[in-house]
Unconditional design. Structure first.
Lengths: 155, 163
């Protein structure tokens, strides 16, 4: 798991300064910043992760599709801070686009800079994520039609 | 291009890079038995560690190696590995959710006569991936997972999303 020190440090500093009063638990990955004010683990296994996810009121994470999908699956409001290329956190700014698109559909809230996190967290308190129903069958059916066409020789 | 033996069962190969792309493919494969005339006879992924994601299907899994646009030498290595795997499998159809290693595999499979189904990642929210835009040149079916992307890219369809 890649480091995201900017988010870990910001969360830790907001907790230390009392700007975040909620009980926080962080999974910090391979970063070099070591939190002082919030409990953390570098990696948690799947069982522990699911347990933490179930007990959480809300999630704060990078704007990765996996994290967003996991939070939505569990019906938890999620605040995302996009990883940025200029900080060496990713090779392209695709998380900015992801955050913008999911936010405009009402799925997530976004903090564009670390300083916005505490204010965004307050908004997250009353934020009900729009339900997302992935239409997997739509894709499976289209591919199935194509396969049948190939099989019958009409494609 | 018509298949030479119409009564031979369809040789279907599914593939995805290890990680998010593989997760998307696995979600699709869960629903495939209800919609597809046949399940894949082999799987292709990018990393050794990703092999076990496909272990439950009890079919051979081939590993191409990791590549991205920023590592041309690695990509060249994967390009030739993809040829070897495509030569060995000779699929009729390849279904993939990306990324670059699978695009290279699709290219060789297509050269060897396969039909290509490319499903661009849900992470591509504004435009098709670079790999997708390359594969689109010869793919038979290109699906994207946001209506906005389908509108911006000719020859692609939006039919739903994998998550």
């Amino acid at each position: 798991m890649f480091a995201f020190d900017r988010l870990v440090r910001a969360m830790d500093e907001h907790v230390a300064a009392g700007r975040i009063r909620e009980q926080v638990f962080a999974q910090i990955g391979s970063g070099t910043y070591v939190p002082k004010a919030m409990p953390f683990e570098r990696f948690v296994d799947k069982a522990r992760f699911d347990e933490l996810m179930a007990s959480a009121d809300c999630i704060v994470s990078h704007a990765g599709i996996g994290s967003i999908a996991t939070a939505l699956e569990h019906g938890k409001p999620i605040l995302v801070l996009p990883r940025l290329k200029r900080h060496g956190e990713v090779v392209s700014d695709h998380q900015v686009a992801t955050a913008r698109r999911y936010a405009e559909r009402g799925y997530v809230l976004v903090a564009w800079v670390e300083q916005e996190i505490p204010a965004a967290l307050e908004r997250l308190d009353g934020f009900l994520p729009a339900p997302r129903h992935a239409n997997v069958d739509g894709i499976a059916a289209r591919v199935g039609d194509f396969l049948r066409d190939v099989q019958s020789g009409s494609e | 291009m018509k298949r030479d033996h119409p009564f031979r069962p369809l040789k279907l190969v599914a593939g995805a890079s290890t990680g998010g792309h593989a997760n998307e493919l696995l979600i699709l494969l869960q629903r495939a038995p209800s919609f597809w005339p046949a399940m894949p006879q082999a799987y292709v992924t990018s990393m050794q560690i990703g092999e076990r994601s496909f272990a439950a299907f009890d079919k051979p899994v081939y590993v191409l190696g990791e590549a991205d646009r920023t590592k041309p030498l690695r990509s060249l290595h994967v390009f030739f590995r993809a040829l070897r795997v495509a030569w060995r499998l000779r699929p009729d159809v390849v279904v993939t959710t990306g990324s670059l290693p699978l695009a290279l595999f699709c290219f060789w499979a297509w050269v060897l006569g396969a039909r290509i189904v490319w499903i661009d990642s849900v992470a591509q929210v504004d435009r098709m991936s670079a790999s997708g835009r390359f594969v689109r040149l010869f793919a038979d079916l290109c699906l994207v997972q946001w209506p906005e992307v389908a509108r911006s890219q000719r020859g692609t369809e939006y039919k739903g999303e994998l998550f």
